[in-house]
Design a protein around this ligand. Structure first.
Ligand SMILES: Nc1nc2c(ncn2[C@@H]2O[C@H](COP(=O)(O)OP(=O)(O)OP(=O)(O)O)[C@@H](O)[C@H]2O)c(=O)[nH]1
Length: 601
């Protein structure tokens, strides 16, 4: 039996990171009895270990809650979880497009932050009705009345009906359920007799069931035995199972209009399922597909190499496995003279990069070296063609290039006034162009246009340290602009080290080059000869350091007397050598690459 439309509410929770979205979701699940108390792990929606440890939500998920309202009616509430971090803005947008309302959670002790704004504007763009929820009222620092006014002033939402809660203690949470039923609209359309029309919201790989596809049904019914067609790709599949998440997976006979659920059907790869695609019945297709989504594009690339070259095949298997579940992560093989065989990988942003790297190291037990993150540049060549550049090592000969364009972002930063000076300087140093400065209470709200390549290094870390953690940050990509960019190479003993080359703005090249050389000087051990370390643009050297030659024989201090001691010392040196990369005549320890690549400025 499908649920009548007016007894369905589909909603998501939008919030700034740490304002309590997952905690509230847990409470809602608990209150509606979807989970037995003993099964209730903290933050059940964050299913992956890393998510739980870092306290961030990555994969959008959905949970069906059965709720008997105070009016005695039974409702089906579908909670669509959305990630809160900037890198996953795309997942937020597709989840929002599939539902009609949002709970806007704002921490009543902190107020509106950068991601509150970014996420709520997306919800408004999707025509959502919005219930304002002021959370953490149990905290002594909570000022719900002031924050209520702030929401009205800054966002322009009516917050007179705002629900005051503590997701932690449970205070006020039942009122949230009533607000969902009475303030959020049911699905706006849905004809059970019409041909099947469903939106593909998400998909992931499950070891037992294969690819699981999350759908929102618009019209018609989806059930086992149907042959469905993906309208974008044209692929056909037999539906083998339909079900819902409560949050445990439960099979149901059919999914009807307005409902969220999943289906499985011998789909081999997540890549075969395009998020935003329209699913219909092959025999009786719907006349018109839903407006499509644009697929998420990787914006940051870096090389990942195994520290031990023997682990390459393991790395290949691991990236392949991760890709099964994350279509926004891309990779292709790369060889580096310095680092050997590895993969050039594409990510949605820096956090995504960090998460993938950490999963490879932890879940697959791999030791990796990541090269400096790089954005996607556009090379306009003299012959009139344009090339995308994902790897500075592939840069065409400068005489063939007429211009280089780089991606820019629009950043919104909210910060207590005290740190404004430092943040303005940081943005200015990173070639930022100020677009706006206004105030939200005592906090400054800054809008800046910045080149993404200045942000991928350590902008976020620097922002957090300048503001002692108080500034919040959000961004979206805007346009490509021409920039005076040059490729900086690093030479060790006159040989270029490919893994250390990068594109930089001409004005910043010298400073970066000098810092890189100084760092490498500390990291490269002395040899029996002098080692020059240089940074160069084309043939021009812009910075130079020298590692002086080693004079003493390391075994000399053993006085030749104790042979075993001498042997031990030599063995130890051999052991250390294994973790070195030979580069020309120079051995560079792995650690030097890792440290040098970590360095932002
Ligand atoms: N005192 C208090 N702490 C709360 C309350 N709600 C959540 N917290 C705490 O705030 C922190 C962040 O809560 P989460 O629910 O993980 O926040 P989130 O918005 O889901 O964060 P992301 O999933 O990372 O976007 C946790 O340490 C919670 O225990 C509340 O009502 N009162």
């Amino acid at each position: 039996m499908t649920t009548p439309l007016d007894h369905i509410r589909n909603f998501s929770i939008v919030a700034h990171i740490d304002h309590g979205k997952s905690t509230l979701a847990d409470r809602l699940i608990q209150l509606t009895g979807a989970l037995e108390e003993r099964d209730m792990k903290e933050q059940v929606l964050d299913s992956m270990d890393i998510e739980r440890e870092r306290g961030i939500t990555i994969k959008a998920q959905t949970v069906r809650l059965n709720y008997r309202a105070k009016n005695g009616e039974d409702y089906v509430l579908n909670l669509i979880d959305t990630p809160g971090h900037v890198d996953f803005a795309y997942e937020v947008s597709r989840s929002l497009a599939a539902c009609e309302g949002s709970l806007l959670v704002v921490d009543a002790s902190q107020g509106v932050e950068a991601q509150t704004l970014a996420n709520v504007y997306q919800a408004i763009d999707n025509n959502h009705e919005i219930v304002v929820v002021l959370n953490k009222v149990d905290l002594p620092a909570a000022e719900p009345e002031r924050i209520r006014e702030q929401v009205e002033e800054v966002i322009g939402l009516d917050a007179s009906n705002a629900v005051l809660i503590s997701a932690k203690t449970g205070l006020g949470v039942p009122d949230v359920l009533e607000a969902i039923v009475h303030q959020l609209p049911p699905p706006r359309e849905g004809d059970i007799a019409a041909p099947l029309k469903a939106m593909l919201v998400d998909s992931w790989y499950d070891a037992y069931l294969g690819v699981i596809v999350l759908v929102r049904i618009i019209d018609g019914v989806m059930k086992k035995g149907q042959t469905i067609r993906m309208m974008g790709t044209g692929a056909r599949y037999l539906v083998e199972r339909t079900g819902v998440f409560k949050p445990a997976r439960v099979n149901v006979d059919e999914l009807g209009p307005g409902e969220f659920g999943f289906f499985t059907g011998s789909i081999k790869e997540v890549a075969d399922t395009r998020v935003g695609d329209t699913i219909t019945e092959d025999r009786r297709p719907t006349a018109k597909a839903l407006p499509g989504f644009k697929p998420a594009q990787p914006v940051v690339f870096c090389g990942l190499f195994p520290v031990d070259a023997a682990d390459f095949e393991d790395l290949r298997a691991a990236v392949g496995k991760l890709r099964l579940n994350d279509a926004s992560f891309s990779f292709e093989m790369e060889t580096s003279a310095a680092l050997g065989f590895g993969f050039r990988c594409g990510f949605l942003g820096l956090l995504h990069l960090e998460i993938i790297q950490e999963r490879l190291e932890r879940e697959f037990n791999l030791d990796l070296i990541a090269t400096a993150p790089s954005v996607v540049y556009r090379m306009n060549l003299i012959d009139g063609t344009t090339k995308e550049l994902h790897n500075p090592a592939d840069m065409p000969d400068v005489v063939k290039i007429s211009s280089i364009e780089e991606p820019w972002i629009r950043a919104t930063i909210l910060t207590p006034d005290d740190y404004l000076g430092g943040i303005l300087k940081l943005c200015q140093d990173r070639r930022g162009i100020q677009a706006d400065l206004s105030y939200v209470g005592k906090r400054a709200m800054l809008t800046y246009d910045l080149p993404l390549n200045e942000v991928v290094f350590d902008f976020y870390d620097r922002l957090k340290s300048i503001s002692k953690g108080y500034a919040s940050f959000d961004y979206h990509l805007t346009i490509y602009r021409e920039g005076d960019l040059v490729k900086m190479s690093i030479l060790v003993n006159d040989e270029p080290v490919d893994a250390l080359s990068m594109l930089v703005h001409r004005s910043a090249a010298e400073k970066r080059g000098r810092a890189m050389c100084e760092k490498l000087k500390e990291l490269i051990p002395q040899h029996l000869f002098k080692i020059p370390i240089q940074a160069a643009i084309g043939g021009r050297i812009i910075a130079r350091e020298t590692v002086s030659a080693l004079r003493k024989d390391v075994t000399a201090k053993c006085y030749g007397g104790d042979v075993t001691r001498k042997r031990k010392l030599l063995d130890k040196q051999k052991e250390g050598k294994k973790r070195m990369r030979q580069f020309g005549k120079v051995d560079i320890p792995q650690e030097a690459f890792i440290q040098a690549l970590k360095m932002g400025d």
